[in-house]
Design a protein around this ligand. Sequence first.
Ligand SMILES: *Cc1c(COP(=O)(O)O)cnc(C)c1O
Length: 463
Amino acid sequence: MKYISTRGKCSPQTFEEVLLTGLAPDGGLFVPESLPELSCDEIRSYQGLSYPELALKIISPFIGNEIPAGALQVIIEESYSEFDHPDIAPLSRLVGNEWILELYHGPTLAFKDFALQVLGRLLDYVLTKKEQRVVILGATSGDTGSAALEGCRHSDHVDIFILHPYKRVSDVQRKQMTTVPGDNVFNLAIEGNFDDCQRIVKAAFTDQTFLPEHRQLVAVNSINWARILMQIVYYFSAALKLGAPDCQVSFSVPTGNFGDVFAGYLAKRMGLPVDRLVVATNQNDILHRFISANEYSTTNLSKTFSPSMDILVSSNFERYLFDLFDLDAIALSDFMNRFGKETLSVSEQQWQRVKDWFDSASVDDDTTCEIIAEVFKESGKLLDPHTAVGVKAARICKDDQTPIITLATAHPAKFSDAIAAAGLALPELPKHLTDLFEREERYTVMPNEITEITNFIKNNCRP
Ligand SMILES: *Cc1c(COP(=O)(O)O)cnc(C)c1O
């Protein structure tokens, strides 16, 4: 399998090359040249597989023979052995045909563990083979940081620098990042918002001359293709449990960078019978305005109860737009270059294609708290605020026939503010995190200033 850039000015790359980088050199994002298409019979044959077995089936065609099947199997099995639920991604019913897919049973209690546990091990495998060292640089609005640190910290081949917006992540999220031990682990709190962090990371990737010789930056945010790839798996897992391919299901996906929902879109294109994909946003509603009104423009950032979705520009949306523009890299580049200067829209026909597959809703903080309380009363299930946004959007968009599965992206114990605001008692952190608040934190507060950050990286990478 080869990968091409959405901006069209870069030769096709291997999986390994794509894994070890971030944006394509032309500023685009890598997407697979083609997608495997699975027949109904093929999908039916996956019923009853364990989660790691299913994962191996789904991802193998994207990796080809670059990593031997045996090694890949070990990587996957080890990755999911760190989860504290035997089903890995259990599906549970709320009421009627509303379901939640619990993606918070990994080491850091959010869905990002599904990809980052594997990504860390894939990197280690490839870097060991190549006898190479790299620098991981990432920005996080909360959950990516801890998941990346947990997934990658054991690798002798990486130094890892994670930027988060100072005072804009929850206490639990911050503690989970800043208490990770290791002399190859650095947390930088940037005096700015998440988009500022993303901008710094993007600039560092564009000009990597500050790095020591023979080093390169690797991205662990969802522009890294391997992240998206691993997230395709749980759409199959959940739909199979409800009887796919012999019935349709819909998904509601709490969305920030459009990575998770893009994985669902790919699952549908690969042949999974997905009816609707609901894009659930908080007040930061650029994607909702695009899907519902064909209006693509930024506004000001709102700080909400669901910080991992406090995003102005969804980086992965470019991957979807590339498809929507029928792989026309020139048209896409033009669209992206005009973004930020004017309100953009796509053609009537393209917008129709968007609406054929996607629904959307934007859910504010008050409604988020209401739904947390409502669902708790109905079913005794405590939702985290991101999941609550998803469940509310599902209720706005669902029909009566099709089961709808909301991706439960984080454990409620990570987001105590929203739970308290909903008038409910806080859940306890799982056992391996009960002493989190006593652990020593390590992080450096830095100005919103690219050269300060690149100097810090240069001075702190191990020789
Ligand atoms: C990262 C994250 C999201 C948003 O996921 P995207 O892939 O960026 O759309 C939603 N909820 C939680 C809890 C997250 O950590």
